[in-house]
Design a protein around this ligand. Structure first.
Ligand code: PGA
Length: 244
């Protein structure tokens, strides 16, 4: 049984002072033994979070470049992230796909680069509202897995976050039943390829203290990836302890 992972995706938020204030409060809390915690701050905050993070909490970046080094102005490589203290990286977040035009080719290259560098990628997948409305949710999500994970199986050392695009930052959340259907399909897809035995499947999209307990109770739910509600220490801690 994997311990659920409660992960904070801070996106393009927080200054150094705001990060210090967050951890001043965060570090007064106690943390449940049966859940793990990860933070994904902006590049500029990685070393700040690293130095304030309680022991055992994990640190990751929100993006990486697929090349190890070179003339790629503005980019950050997996080895630089490892060097900065990260063990994780988000790959294929829907904001990268939809706002920055990252297609599956790019996402797949980043996923492979992270695995090869020894960083644990968390591959984000999810359907748009239009895809859901035409009944193409599973086709979209499994198609992204197919395109992004590569073709060499078995594969391990990664996680998957199911984040329906229509639920991110909108206040709309997939119901526990909807999440269960997609999570089970992802797990079955991985099992068929003898892959992801150590992978968690997280849900993301408008997770809040009020809905976290019912989402975390879903079978095949190995954690949550939280954007907006992770920016406040009290609200993120309420999610971390939801249902226990
Ligand atoms: P949200 O973002 O919780 O603000 O919807 C989740 C995410 O994009 O990872």
């Amino acid at each position: 049984m994997k311990k659920p992972l409660i992960a904070a995706n801070w996106k393009m938020h927080k200054t150094k002072a705001e990060t210090e204030a967050f951890f001043k409060d965060w570090n007064t809390h106690s943390f449940p033994d049966d859940r793990e915690v990860a933070f994904f701050p902006s590049f500029t905050l990685i070393s700040v979070v690293r130095d304030l993070l309680p022991g055992g909490h994990l640190l990751g970046a929100q993006n990486c470049h697929e090349k190890e080094k070179g003339a790629f102005t503005g980019e950050v490589s997996c080895s630089q992230l490892l060097d900065a203290g990260c063990s994780y990286v988000l790959v294929g977040h829907s904001e990268r796909r939809h706002l920055f035009g990252e297609g599956d080719g790019r996402v797949s290259a980043k996923f492979k680069a992270a695995i090869e560098a020894g960083l644990r990628p968390m591959l984000c997948v999810g359907e748009t509202l239009a895809q859901r409305e035409k009944g193409a949710t599973l086709e979209t999500v499994l198609g992204q897995l197919e395109a992004d994970l590569g073709t060499v199986f078995p594969l391990s050392g990664f996680d998957v976050a199911y984040e329906p695009v229509w639920a991110i930052g909108t206040g709309k959340v997939a119901g526990p039943k909807d999440a269960e259907v997609v999570h089970s399909a992802i797990r079955a897809w991985l099992d068929e390829r003898k892959s992801g035995g150590d992978s968690r499947i997280l849900y993301g999209g408008s997770v809040k203290p009020a809905n976290a307990a019912e989402l975390l109770a879903v079978p095949e739910m190995d954690g949550v990836l939280v954007g907006g509600a992770s920016l406040d220490s009290e609200s993120f801690h309420a999610i971390l302890t939801a249902g226990i």
